[in-house]
Design a protein around this ligand. Structure first.
Ligand SMILES: Nc1ncnc2c1ncn2[C@@H]1O[C@H](COP(=O)(O)OP(=O)(O)O)[C@@H](O)[C@H]1O
Ligand SMILES: [Mg+2]
Length: 621
């Protein structure tokens, strides 16, 4: 009963083909009962067991609810034989009281188990969702490359929700319907075990078709979950790219693509429903045959005067009442397949191994301010198969500014990605203060850096929250100094509410240049020994760029600073300039040395400024 071997088999996703690896893992042909059991056990251990006492209370009242059907059908016999046929007035009172009692007890149980089970299922769903988010946030670049936001949203919200609602149907079916079916079976056996066995003899006919239908349902549920994730992903892409869609008149193309996915989802859902209805229908047909057989046998015995009408009526009431719980129980198989189809996906996501992990002890101590020499040594890195950094080496001396220049796609931003360990190199070594960053505390490493990235995310919060970014204990004076320095103050007055203005989803209420200034204000406020600037001023107009650049120059004083810039004017004063091309270092040196060398840098410079001109107004690319 150890689920661990199963966990090891889960392919470490986060690899380039993670999506297909996950898909392969849940391919329709594997219908593995041992694995299904492990999945169920896993759900029990992680989410259900802590709630077990409440679950058992719920199950108890479900069972009471279920048993009342048997009690009711048992009362049919005295109702007929004693009250209606023998006309015993004294029996009327107790039979009526008993029937009333049965229904009151049932109503009472219902009031307890319904809300309780709903609450439990919501708790389980919430538990899984929280667990998923906490885990997914630890995964790396490659994983998020393979799993777009829409797909992940659908998995976190959709799979868990379907899981919860299906469990909410399943558990009562097991507790209440199983108990009523057994209670009713007890009544029929008590009244006439031969009639009962005659009826049961027909049941084995059901086994094979039910198994086939279960397979169909599982396959279709998996397919519809995949299609549902696709649909969410399309919506995410369309709404995030809505202006591109509108500018390029892509509305009808996007509508058609979405409609196609939804159509496939509906087909899979309907097929799953057909399977589920088929199971119920099979039960009905078999029950009808059993009914007719018993009617023939029992009817003759009544005609011959061997059995009473009350017995016959009680038997058939119990028999008819049994149909509903048996139907529910036969649907159980289908519902269980739905649960498993969702569970296997949730489980696979939760067991995606984070490739960027906290190193095992002993950790390398974090470098102090003066020790922040950054070095890449023969670093090889690829996001997929195509190498992005090829034996890339360079060093940035502490307290100085080092610039990375080179054409777009050279791998400059990737250097920053690796430095913060958002991804790890396949070979080579990255050190800060001559210690391997892979051996440092992950949060501590990231905490040494302030970054102004090309794609700094703004959140749908107030401008103040976006600048503070969770920092506490920052005085208003410091906040305002950062706002001044980053030239956020310039547009602050025009925003309704100033600092308390909400910036919209992804900061959409701000312009590109304004967003960039917010990112710079964050970096100024963060005040860390290492400063990483990736095209930090590229979205600004020439005038504000000059002003913000001045603030950044001041900020970089005494810090180990890496600057990526297209515009060579901004890197001219760097202590060292590293020229990159296609993941390699072509040359390095000061501006003067590189110009004198007459190599790639000198050519780039000539391109940007025109021969001899030195006015700094030229722009790269
Ligand atoms: N998340 C990613 N997944 C896959 N490929 C990427 C990703 N980010 C960048 N790349 C690729 O890596 C190469 C280098 O990118 P980057 O470091 O951003 O270049 P630069 O900043 O020099 O313009 C490019 O060819 C780009 O297509
Ligand atoms: Mg870049």
């Amino acid at each position: 009963m150890t689920p661990e071997p199963q966990d090891k088999k889960t392919p470490p996703a986060g690899t380039p083909g993670a999506a297909s690896a996950l898909a392969a893992q849940t391919s329709p042909q594997d219908f593995n009962r041992a694995r299904d059991r492990r999945l169920a056990l896993w759900l029990w251990r992680t989410e259900v067991r802590p709630l077990a006492p409440l679950l058992f209370i719920g199950l108890f009242f479900l069972a009471v609810d279920g048993a009342m059907l048997g009690a009711f059908s048992l009362l049919i016999q005295p109702m007929f034989d004693d009250v209606l046929i023998a006309r015993q007035a004294e029996s009327l009172a107790w039979v009526a009281a008993a029937v009333a009692g049965v229904f009151l007890l049932r109503a009472f149980s219902l009031m307890i188990h319904k809300p309780l089970m709903t609450w439990l299922s919501e708790r389980i769903v919430a538990g899984l969702q929280n667990r998923l988010l906490a885990h997914l946030m630890r995964l790396d670049h490659a994983f998020f490359h393979a799993h777009p936001p829409g797909v992940l949203i659908d998995r976190v919200r959709g799979d868990t929700r379907i899981l919860g609602s299906t469990v909410l149907r399943l558990v009562p079916a097991i507790a209440r319907d199983l108990v009523s079916a057994l209670a009713l079976l007890g009544v029929t056996l008590y009244i006439d075990w031969r009639w009962t066995l005659t009826a049961l003899a027909v049941a084995p006919v059901l086994v094979l078709p039910l198994m086939a239908l279960q397979r169909l349902i599982r396959k279709m549920e998996r397919r519809s979950r995949l299609n549902s994730a696709d649909a969410s992903n399309r919506l995410d892409e369309v709404f995030h790219g809505i202006y591109t869609v509108q500018r390029n008149a892509l509305e009808s193309r996007e509508a058609a693509r979405f409609a196609d996915i939804v159509k496939r989802y509906i087909i899979a859902q309907v097929r799953a429903r057909v399977g589920k209805a088929g199971m119920a229908a099979m039960v009905d047909v078999v029950a009808a045959i059993a009914f007719v057989v018993v009617l023939f046998v029992g009817g003759r015995q009544i005609i011959a005067g061997e059995r009473t009408v009350g017995e016959f009526m009680a038997f058939f009431t119990a028999f008819a009442l049994m149909l509903q719980p048996i139907r529910a129980l036969s649907a159980l198989g289908g519902a269980w397949q739905t649960v498993l189809a969702c569970l296997e996906r949730v489980h696979a996501l939760l067991h995606t191994v984070p490739r960027i992990a906290q190193p095992t002890a002993p950790l390398a101590p974090l470098p102090t301010q003066g020790e922040t020499r950054i070095a890449f040594d023969k670093v090889e890195f690829a996001y997929d198969t195509e190498p992005v950094l090829r034996g890339f080496s360079f060093a940035a001396e502490p307290g100085q500014t080092t610039a990375l220049v080179g054409p777009s796609g050279a791998g400059k931003s990737t250097v920053f990605t690796l430095l913060a360990r958002l991804a790890d190199p396949q070979a080579g070594c990255i050190t800060i203060g001559r210690r391997d960053i892979a051996q440092m505390d992950l949060a501590g490493l990231r905490d040494m850096m302030s970054v102004v990235a090309q794609d700094s995310a703004l959140f749908d919060e107030t401008l103040r929250d976006n600048i503070l970014l969770g920092a506490v204990g920052i005085s208003e004076a410091r906040l305002h100094a950062a706002i001044e320095a980053a030239h956020v103050a310039e547009f602050l007055d025009k925003l309704p509410g100033g600092l308390e203005c909400r910036v919209g989803p992804r900061g959409s209420a701000l312009s590109g240049g304004q967003r960039q200034r917010v990112a710079i204000a964050r970096a100024i406020l963060r005040d860390r020994p290492i400063l990483l600037l990736d095209e930090a001023t590229s979205a600004l107009d020439a005038e504000s760029e000059a002003l913000v650049q001045e603030a950044l120059d001041r900020l970089s004083q005494g810090r180990t600073t890496l600057v990526i810039a297209h515009r060579l004017a901004t890197v001219r004063r760097a202590a060292k300039i590293v020229v990159m091309e296609r993941g390699r270092r072509l040359e390095e040196g000061t501006h003067a040395a590189l110009m004198a060398r007459g190599g790639a840098y000198a050519r780039l410079h000539a391109l940007q400024f025109g021969d001899g001109s030195d006015d700094g107004s030229g722009r790269g690319e």
